[in-house]
Design a binder for this molecule. Sequence first.
Ligand code: ATP
Ligand code: MG
Length: 236
Amino acid sequence: MMNTINMTQSFKKSASHGESYHRESSLPHGLFITFEGIEGSGKTTQIQMLEEVLKKKGIPYITTREPGGTKIAEAIRHILLNPDLKEMRPETELLLYCASRAQHTAELILPALAEGKIVLCDRYFDSTYAYQGAARDLDEELINVLTKFSTYGRNPDLTFLLDLPVEIGLARIKNRNLDRLEQETISFHEKVREQYLSIARKYHSRYIVLKGESQPEEIHRQILASLHTYIGEQND
Ligand SMILES: Nc1ncnc2c1ncn2[C@@H]1O[C@H](COP(=O)(O)OP(=O)(O)OP(=O)(O)O)[C@@H](O)[C@H]1O
Ligand SMILES: [Mg+2]
């Protein structure tokens, strides 16, 4: 049984917003994996399936989410997603996401990576480019600056984008109590989807785009296949 992250393989070049860099392959710097996609695309489902495999293999990992992940960041999440706060300005929304991210990154993500863990994060800064950048039409240059500031310059090593038509994603979650962003219009979510696809093309070296309409088990199999250099084969 394999109980460490395989460090013999180089990490994919992390060419992301703001800066790009190569990582030494022998350092215990963990593996930062983010999951992105519109509402109902299956992010949480896939994270849970991957967690089961990591648990079984005894590979050290943490699972976390944005907005949230720490006490302060979860308190900010509560404000951000509250459907009663419809008067929230896009500017306020952007700053709250970044505030939450700074706390989450410093308090939870960076220490876990420093301990050599795999970090599974449900949404990260690409969500900000998709929702606040494209859908809310806020300035990308400003988001670049705020992103670098609130992430301390650490980019994800790998990002899985679960892509699917907006109608299918929203239909999957229609019986939930929808949060402030989930209640947005179809055209808002279309912009989010298009921006994700455009980010994935631009930063293709860290991106893996998956067809979100496939069966959960099939998507899971594809995720494991792309991680096999780090975590070994499924049945190891
Ligand atoms: N590949 C799939 N095919 C069909 N249904 C799925 C698939 N993946 C997840 N689902 C179902 O769709 C719903 C939404 O999935 P999930 O909560 O994982 O999405 P999400 O991306 O985390 O959504 P949100 O952004 O709202 O948190 C759940 O009821 C889940 O069981
Ligand atoms: Mg979810």
